[in-house]
Every structure is written in structure tokens, then in C-alpha cells.
Design a protein around this ligand. Structure first.
Ligand SMILES: [Zn+2]
Length: 260
């Protein structure tokens, strides 16, 4: 009798372990498991407020002088953008970084603008960030790392600490290898369509690799993976159409960025 009792207990324990690993709450058909456009937009606004409290921003006239010539060429080559893109310029010469948040917002640090050799390199980085938006990487990442319930709570509660954490998260690298590769590939294609040679990005990655300065290796544009050697090779080997000709930006770049 005792053996039977022990056997039943054992089966029950195994059964419970099995349930613990396999049980999923029943999904309700039609339940909203996505971040709606409306919520994405609201969250983007909260992140912007948080960034504006942390950093100094250049005003729109500077953005339109420096970034607009680049972004308008890129966006003209993107006939059906998923977002209405908004570019922001942060006054921080020490940060060599750019990052995307939500709802088509892209932030560029003045440190990056001073670091690049030319506007074509900067356009390549902007194309990479547009790629993250078009590929849905931002929403995916926040949903994966925080989940819809946390995001919804942030929106209803407006928890400042949590919003600050989300901004920090987006400033750093954290996309997976596949997302980074796809954002790079998106950038090469968009650059080529915009008459900018994708090799410009290879020059930028090479410069990052060889400059003596040391950078934190978790900035969104630097990324530890895919490694820079692969990225340099990828940009250099992008198959350009036979009739491709680069059209450099007609800007006096040095003068333009002098006062940053
Ligand atoms: Zn990226």
C-alpha cells in the first residue's frame, strides 16, 4: 500500500512539474497583444520629455540646416515610410551616438556629427536608424524586454523612473545580431537608392575601430555585434547597380558644423 501511495505522489509531482513548464494562460481571441499606434505615439512623447530634461537640444533651425538635407534625400527614396520621421539634435560633444526611440523619432548627438568625416557617413548612420524603425525593431525590443503590461502601466501612471529606464535602454545597444544585420542591409539599400555609396558606412566603422579614443562599447551605433569586421566587409561588398554614381551632398559641411 505504501509503495502505491509513494508512486501516486511521485506521479503528481511529475505532473505538476510538467504543468509548470507547459501551462500558458488561455489567450482571449481579439485581445490586444500589440502596442497600438496611439500608445506608441504617447510613449514616444514621454521619452522625448525625459530626454529633454536630461540633455540640451539644438533648435529646429539647426536641425533643418544640418540634418534636413540628408534626411530629405533618404526619405525621398523611401516611398512608403511606416512613420512620419522626426529628427532631433542633442548638444553633447562627448557622445558619439545616434539612436531611435518610438514613432519615427531619431536622436543624434553633436559628438557624432563632429566625429564623422562627411555628411555621407552620417546619412548612412541615419539610414541604419530608419531601418530599425521600418523593421519594427523598437517596438519588438520594448515588448520583449518590458512587455505590454509594463508599457501600459507606464502610460497610465506616467512613472518617471520607468520612463527614464526606457530612454536609457534605447540609448544603448541591445538589438540582436539579426536585427543589426537587417538594419545595416536596409541602410545599404537606402543609401544606394539615395545615390550615397554604402562604402561610406565602412569608412565610418573603420574610423571607429582605429581612432585612439575609447568608447563605451554599448552605444547603439557601435554595437559589439555583428562585429565591425563583418560590417565593414558587408558595406564594401554591397552590390551596386551598374550605373551607380554617388552624388555628394552640396554642403559646406565644415562651416555648417563649426558652431556645434
Ligand atoms: Zn542598430
Amino acid at each position: 500500500m505504501k509503495i502505491w501511495r509513494e508512486l501516486i505522489i511521485l506521479i503528481l509531482i511529475f505532473g505538476l512539474i510538467w504543468l509548470a513548464f507547459t501551462w500558458r494562460p488561455l489567450s482571449i481571441p481579439g485581445a490586444e497583444l500589440k502596442l497600438s499606434k496611439e500608445r506608441e505615439k504617447d510613449l514616444a512623447g514621454l521619452i522625448m520629455d525625459d530626454l529633454q530634461a536630461q540633455y540640451e537640444f539644438y533648435d529646429d533651425s539647426i536641425v533643418s540646416q544640418i540634418l534636413e538635407p540628408l534626411t530629405s534625400r533618404l526619405l525621398d527614396s523611401l516611398p512608403e515610410p511606416k512613420y512620419e520621421y522626426k529628427f532631433h539634435l542633442i548638444d553633447d560633444s562627448n557622445e558619439i551616438n545616434a539612436f531611435a526611440t518610438l514613432d519615427g523619432n531619431i536622436y543624434v548627438f553633436s559628438g557624432l556629427i563632429k566625429f564623422v568625416d562627411n555628411p555621407e557617413q552620417l546619412a548612412g548612420i541615419l539610414a541604419h536608424e530608419i531601418g530599425h524603425h521600418e523593421n519594427g525593431d523598437l517596438v519588438d525590443r520594448l515588448m520583449k524586454e518590458l512587455g505590454l503590461s509594463v508599457l501600459a502601466a507606464v502610460l497610465t501612471g506616467g512613472d518617471a523612473v520607468m520612463i527614464s529606464e526606457i530612454s536609457k535602454l534605447l540609448l544603448s545597444s541591445g538589438f540582436d545580431r539579426k536585427q543589426e544585420r537587417e538594419a545595416d542591409e536596409f541602410a545599404y539599400e537606402l543609401m544606394a537608392k539615395s545615390s550615397i555609396n554604402p562604402a561610406r558606412l565602412a569608412h565610418f566603422f573603420t574610423k571607429l575601430k582605429t581612432e585612439e579614443k575609447s568608447y563605451p562599447d554599448d552605444l547603439e551605433i557601435i554595437m559589439t555585434h555583428p562585429n565591425s569586421k563583418n560590417r565593414i566587409e558587408g558595406a564594401l561588398s554591397y552590390p551596386l547597380p551598374k550605373n551607380f554614381e554617388e552624388r555628394e551632398f552640396d554642403l559646406s559641411w565644415e562651416d555648417l558644423i563649426e558652431d556645434l
